[in-house]
Design a protein around this ligand. Structure first.
Ligand SMILES: NC(=O)c1ccc[n+]([C@@H]2O[C@H](COP(=O)([O-])OP(=O)(O)OC[C@H]3O[C@@H](n4cnc5c(N)ncnc54)[C@H](OP(=O)(O)O)[C@@H]3O)[C@@H](O)[C@H]2O)c1
Ligand SMILES: *[C@@H]1O[C@H](CO)[C@@H](O)[C@H](O)[C@H]1NC(C)=O
Ligand SMILES: *[C@@H]1O[C@H](CO)[C@@H](O)[C@H](O)[C@H]1NC(C)=O
Length: 377
């Protein structure tokens, strides 16, 4: 009786170990390594394997142990980072937010940073000049201006001589005014495509020859809204979805050159992208002016004037700590085996899973519940 219970327990352990290993592997594919997780993911499979060994006896226990160790080794090996050395990285949109924080972070790690800024005389650029090392160069780079993209390319290739560029982070982006797709003026759709899609395409195409030399990395900061449909993000989401699809195709096409590509789909983080009340007033005015009278009547003044309140609430559920995004981008730049997609931030991964694996009606229901919860009504 005891022997039977013992072997049952052993099989259970083996099952758990295998399940655990597979889960870890799966999660590792989706999420960048977190320091705290590292210990857990490496220790737990080994402990479970050892337990197997104790209960199952030498034969099968050993197999379980080896298997779990192999899995955790594979996971940790893939997550291991290459040395920074003198690798050079170009970041677009370093004036504020994620790009700005990333420029400082990579500079502090020893990278040669080319920080593209929309305004070289602005406060963001000035702060980078003051706080970063001599390695960092500022580039005037409006990604929608072909002349500036070409000039930036010239400057970067002159500075690098023959050493190639290790990474390009397409970070610059705009949000536009979040409102119902029917209400958004055409200009918002065009601006979003212009910056978030065409701008990133131009920068990527221009700098790819330099990446080819180093067999480097292309990283696109897309968005959660580019991977799944979210209300109010018709213009922004569509432009990011275009970027994500382009990324996917490039990942397939560029692998033959040894260039690895990764897309980052962050959820909400508190940055300059949420805009200022001046900007909202301007965007609201533009929206109202372009609205046909009957649409205006159907939606009602109250609803239309309430659109801005969504922006007011946004900071409440956006994270002020950008480090998950920075870690994801670092992993995309330096991991031996970077992932194709990263989903940093609260609530970025689960909706994506539901969108991918469940019927659409369930996804729509889930999103409406999630949004009404996060907006407190
Ligand atoms: N924050 C989030 O919650 C979140 C979520 C998902 C995805 N993202 C994505 O993350 C990226 C960075 O966003 P962020 O949150 O850090 O916003 P941010 O603070 O507004 O940063 C975007 C930067 O891009 C710059 N920029 C705008 N138009 C440009 C152009 N034509 N050429 C060059 N630079 C331009 C902006 O300059 P100005 O400040 O001078 O306009 C700003 O410095 C964006 O692609 C965004 O879509 C952010
Ligand atoms: C593009 O950049 C160039 C060089 O900085 C500038 O002279 C030109 O006016 C810009 N074009 C537009 C459309 O902003
Ligand atoms: C990023 O976007 C650019 C332009 O859209 C594309 O060339 C590139 O392959 C994309 N890379 C990734 C990793 O998404």
């Amino acid at each position: 009786m005891d022997a039977l219970a013992g072997s049952l327990l052993g099989w259970l352990c083996l099952g758990i170990t295998v399940l655990f290993g597979v889960t870890v592997r799966y999660m590792a594919m989706r999420n960048p390594v977190e320091k705290a997780n590292l210990l857990v993911w490496s220790l737990l499979p080994a402990l479970l394997g050892l337990l197997c060994l104790a209960v199952l006896g030498v034969g099968w226990g050993l197999v379980g142990l080896c298997f779990s160790c192999l899995l955790s080794w594979g996971y940790l090996g893939g997550g291991a980072l290459l040395p920074v050395g003198d690798r050079a990285v170009l970041i677009t949109g370093s004036d504020t937010g994620i790009g700005h924080a990333l420029a400082k972070y990579l500079d502090s790690l020893g990278f040669v940073v080319f920080a593209g800024v929309l305004n070289k005389d602005g406060p963001g650029a000035e702060e980078l000049r003051q706080t970063c090392s001599q390695r960092l160069s500022l580039l005037q780079l409006d990604i929608t201006n072909a002349t500036q993209v070409k000039e930036a390319y010239k400057k970067v290739s002159e500075k690098l001589q023959n050493s190639g560029l290790w990474g390009v982070v397409n970070n610059a982006g705009i949000l536009g005014f979040p409102a119902d797709g029917e209400l958004l003026p055409m200009s918002t759709y065009r601006q979003c495509m212009e910056v978030n899609f065409f701008g990133a395409v131009d920068v990527s195409k221009t700098f790819l020859p330099l990446l080819r030399k180093s067999q480097g990395r292309l990283v696109n900061v897309s968005s959660m809204a580019g991977g799944i449909p979210l209300p109010r993000y018709a213009a922004y989401g569509a432009s990011k979805a275009a970027l994500s699809m382009f990324s996917g195709v490039m990942r397939q096409e560029l692998s033959k050159w040894g260039i690895q590509v990764a897309a980052i789909h962050p959820s909400g983080f508190r940055t300059g992208i949420q805009g200022t009340s001046d900007l909202w007033d301007k965007q609201e005015k533009e929206l109202m002016e372009n609205l046909p009278a009957d649409t205006r009547q159907d939606y009602g003044e109250d609803y239309l004037l309430g659109l801005k309140s969504y922006l007011l609430q946004m900071p409440a559920y956006c994270d002020a700590d950008l480090s998950p995004v920075l870690r994801a981008i670092l992993h995309a730049l330096l991991a031996r085996r970077p992932h194709g997609l990263y989903t940093p931030g609260k609530g970025a991964y689960v909706p994506l899973c539901i969108f991918c694996y469940f019927p659409l009606w369930f996804y729509d229901f889930f999103i409406s519940k999630m949004l009404s919860l996060s907006q407190g009504h």
